[in-house]
Design a protein around this ligand. Sequence first.
Ligand code: HEM
Length: 274
Amino acid sequence: MMDFLGVDEDELGNTMSPAGGSTVIDAFGPGEMTEQTRAMVNTYIQAAMDHTAMLYDRRRQQPRDDLLTHLVQAQNEEGRLTEGELITLFSSIFGSGTSTASIIASGIAELARHPEQAELLRGNPDAWKKGACEESLRYRPAINAIGQKAANHTHAFDMEFAAGTHITVVVGAVNRDPRHWGEDAEHFDIRRDSQNASLSFGIGPHVCLGHAMSRATIEEALAVFVERCDEIELLEEPRWIPFVQENKVENLRLGVLVKERAAGGISPIAGDRA
Ligand code: HEM
């Protein structure tokens, strides 16, 4: 995502290091939120925002052919983005790479649990890769809860929301609601109707900006993985990052079997890596 945005490695700064990120994870994990943690996280987030503002300043002064510069130009020339929006956009894009990676990892874990579905995908990737991607997104949304704010007084789902009310949409629950998905909603099945999109990328005017790119990446990654690995076995249950709002795979251990390919076929994953 750094390459995508055009941030050099030496521009990353301490504020965006994994060590800083783990402070935030501690705060939103299952542990108790204390005043001290809250203060620490607010300080960290403020420092990350200041650092982002500094990067935008740098691109204003020395424009380059990168996404950061294009965003700054959209703000300056077209007056379309406020400084706050620029900063939020940066963090949404910066943090989103891990979501795509997590959906791929959790999709592979489910295909390992359901070899008959992996076989379907392997046999006809063009027919099943969309289903495999949409079902992986539905089953384990990397972002488990979306925060919203009612812009106006709203009546929805037999409830009243006053203007300004903060609302949390628990995507993980919606994605497995049997009233929508049927009695087998708890079951992973790539044969579901793939047009019936889940809420994993949100909905409405703020729907995820990267959804098309992510979908293309997930479809290809899952199809190529099963194509190259003839058998996939989960060596242990995936480990999840203990985070409340996000639901991402921390560690996935697999055993895979790669059969010999005929000459001219696709190149198998090297034996030692397999
Ligand atoms: C599987 C991967 C991804 C998931 C699950 C995901 C999920 C989401 C969700 C739930 C939202 C909030 C939607 C709402 O408020 O209703 C969002 C917003 C956003 N996403 Fe993603 N995202 C992913 C990948 C990406 C990628 C790769 C990019 C950038 C290249 C990206 C850029 C954004 C941006 C800029 C927004 C803010 C849109 C706005 O507020 O108008 N996302 N994403």
